[in-house]
Design a protein around this ligand. Structure first.
Ligand code: KG4
Ligand code: ZN
Length: 342
């Protein structure tokens, strides 16, 4: 059995966790910076980096203290090395390097997206490779085939906004504050998903990519028209986004060899309506559906520590650089679109 310290600081969550190779989360801390960024309606990189720098060290000390461990007793230190906001990533990676050097412990530089991609295996010991993965967060929106640790084939990405970003922008339009996903989901419960006619960008397209910018603009126009209540707008937006997700998934799954399981990960996987619809979608196709518990969906360090567990035995040099961009599938072709995201 091995134990790995995980560190996450790529966006607006500062987190540290200790996870064992037999899937035990021994200790964990997560601090969200929502309040610091709320006045700006989005994550401000400079504020985020400063907050990580202030909070991370006490958090690492807290998890180590709680577990009663010294640095030398760790089997590895795993830190997010990208992709993400570079200032924050550097704070986490530099801390990990210093600790790895002080404790003479291997450093494992983890791709944040790999953390999300493997997180369902931390929660579910029965989930084996290969599986189809819908990775939907604030910064990413992809469909991947996961064949093993480090083996990812990207089938689809977004040509503009990520799904979580679309939720956040809709929340902003409706004056719901930041982060928007949970607020939109809550308000949508009181609305009619068929009340507002909204577009379903790219539905019917033969390639499984996503696009949400047009949907967000349509929400803005519908809001400005003054003809609809906010709850109906939220519910109709959520329904339109969900229809897109299911259609795009159908196309992606039809183009690949069948896999036994459909897995969802990333912050938007916390959405109950989307989870439920995905579960039904998977069961209709005879696939198992796996979604990690909520706390493992949004950014956290347990998933980074777990990715370290999956890679135990490997190590990275102490001069490894933080990477603002780091695609899981380097072979994937860029797709056309205004704001292409790797
Ligand atoms: O994975 P995550 O914590 O950070 C990134 O790596 O981006 O994802 C955060 C995103 C935000 O856009 C947030 O609005 C969205 O996940 N999110 C949700 C829900 N909870 C979080 N979106 C829809 N419904 C939710 N319940
Ligand atoms: Zn994330």
């Amino acid at each position: 059995m091995g134990i790995v310290l995980g560190i996450e600081s790529s966006c607006d969550e500062t987190a540290a966790a200790l996870v064992t190779t037999d899937r035990r989360i021994v200790a964990q801390r997560v601090a969200s910076q929502d309040e610091s960024h709320a006045p700006y309606g989005g994550v401000v990189p400079e504020i985020a980096a400063r907050a990580h720098a202030e909070r991370l060290t006490p958090m690492i000390e807290a998890v180590m203290h709680e577990a009663g461990l010294t640095l030398a007793e760790l089997d590895a230190i795993a830190a997010t090395a990208g992709p993400g906001l570079i200032g924050g990533v550097m704070v986490g990676l530099v801390s990990a390097k210093a600790l790895a050097m002080a404790g003479d412990v291997p450093l494992i530089a983890v791709n944040h997206l790999e953390g999300h991609a493997l997180s369902p295996r931390l929660a579910d010991a029965d989930l084996e490779f290969p599986y189809a993965l819908l990775l939907v967060s604030g910064g990413h929106c992809q469909i991947l085939r996961v064949d093993g640790v480090g083996q990812y084939r990207r089938l689809a990405t977004t040509i503009d906004d990520a799904l979580g970003e679309a939720f956040d922008k809709t929340a902003k339009i409706l004056g719901l504050g930041f982060p928007g996903g949970p607020a939109v989901e809550r308000l949508a419960r009181e609305g009619d998903p068929r009340a507002v006619p909204l577009p379903r960008p790219l539905i019917g397209s033969g390639e499984p990519h996503f696009s949400f910018a047009g949907l967000k603009s349509a929400v803005l126009r519908a809001k400005e028209s003054g003809q609809h209540g906010d709850a109906d707008l939220a519910a109709s937006f959520q329904q339109a986004a969900l229809d897109c997700v299911l259609d795009r998934l159908r196309v992606a799954l039809d183009t690949m060899e069948p896999v036994p399981a459909l897995v969802v990960a990333g912050g938007v996987a916390a959405n109950q309506v989307i989870r439920h619809a995905l579960e039904q979608f998977a069961s209709k196709r005879g696939m198992r559906f796996v979604a990690p518990p909520m706390a493992l969906c949004t950014d956290n360090a347990a998933m980074i520590a777990w990715a370290g567990c999956e890679r135990l035995g490997q190590s990275d040099p102490l001069d490894i650089a933080a990477r603002p961009r780091w695609p899981l599938d380097p072979e994937a072709e860029p797709v056309r679109g205004a704001g292409y995201k790797a």
